[in-house]
Design a protein around this ligand. Sequence first.
Ligand code: GN1
Ligand code: MG
Length: 368
Amino acid sequence: MDGLKDLSTDDLIELASRFRLQGGVVSAEPFGNGNVNDTFLLNSDTGNRYTLQRINHDVFKDPVSLMDNFARVTRHLSQKHADGQTTLSTLVLVPALDGSSYITGEEGNYWRVTEYVPNGLSLEVPQSREHAYEAARAFGDFQYQLRDIPGDPLIETIPDFHNTESRYHAFLRAVEADLCQRASEAADLISFAKENEHLATLIRYANFPTRTVHNDTKLNNVLLHETTGVGLCVVDLDTVMPGCALHDFGDLVRTAACSSEEDEPDISQIHFLPDRFSALVEGYLCGVCDLLESVEVEHLAEAPQVITYELALRFLTDFLLGDTYFKVKRPGHNFERARAQFQLLRSMQEYASQMKSTVSSCLTADPA
Ligand code: GN1
Ligand code: MG
C-alpha cells in the first residue's frame, strides 16, 4: 500500500522530526493491530513515547477534515476531563513544527503524532466481566461527553459507514461480479448472508437520534489500566462522526462478548458469552447516563446481531473483491474473518431472547 513497506526506521525518524517532540527519536517500530491505518511507536532519547500514524487516504478520502474532527473531539474531551466531568483521558495530538495537526509526506500520505498513553491495556478478547464492564462504561461515557460538542456537526469521514443495507448491496454486487472467482468457495457464507437479509434493515440511521458517536468500538479501541483494569482512554478516533449510538454498543458486544478473536479460524471455538454481555449492558448504561431515548434502548439487544452481520458482509465482500480494503496477514484471511463473524452471529441468534431479558433486567435494576 503506497510503498509503505519500503519505509525504513530512518524514514520514520525523519517524519517524526517534523513534529514538536521532546527529545530525538531513537526507535520506531510497528504498533497495534489496526486493519486500516499504519501505526508506529516512537521512543525518544528523553524517555518520551509517541505514536506516529499514517492515515489511510484510500479509506479516508478527506484527511484534512478528519484531522479537524480529531482536534475538535480531543479538545472537547480534554476540557471535560479538566472540568472533572469524566475520569477518562483523551488522546493528545502533538503539533507539527508549523503548528498544524498533521504533515503530508511522500505519495500524498498524511501523518499525525499523538502522545503515547502509558499503562494502557488493549485487549482482543476480554479476560473478565470487569474488563467488559469498564470497556462499555468508557464507550458509553465517550458518547455522553460528546453530546454537547460545540459547533457544526462533525464531518462524515466515511459516508454511510454503518449503512448495513448499502453494505448488503455492495456484497450482492461483489457476488455478482465475482472478480476473483472466489464466490464458489464462499457459497455457504453467501447463502447464510442472504438468509439473514432482514438484518440489513433492522437499524437504519433515520429511525434513531443522530449523535456524535465513535463508530469503531472494538474492544481493542479502548485502553484499560493495565493493573486496575479501569477504563483509561478511548482511542482510534478517525470514525468519530454523526451516527447512531446502537452501532457503538453493537460493535463493542461483537468483540467483547465473544470467546475468540474476530478472525478465529476454528469456528468450533467461537461462542457468544452471555455473562460478558450482561456486564457490557450494565457498563454501557452506566457510562451513557440518561442520554438514550426509549427507541434506542428497545434495540440494544438486537444491535449486536446487526453489526456482526455488517462486519461479516464487509469481510466477505473484501474477500470476493480481492482483499483491497482490510489488511490481510495470510491468504483467505478475510474469508476466515467473515466465517468467524457469521459463526458468532449464529451463536448470538441462539441467545436472542436471553439478550432481550438481560437488557430488561439491567434497566429495571436499582441503579444505586
Ligand atoms: C477496521 O483499523 P481498525 O482495526 O481500527 C475498520 C472497522 C472494522 C475493523 C474490524 C475505518 O478498524 O470498521 O470494524 O477494522 N475501520 C474502518 O477489525 O473501516
Ligand atoms: Mg479503526
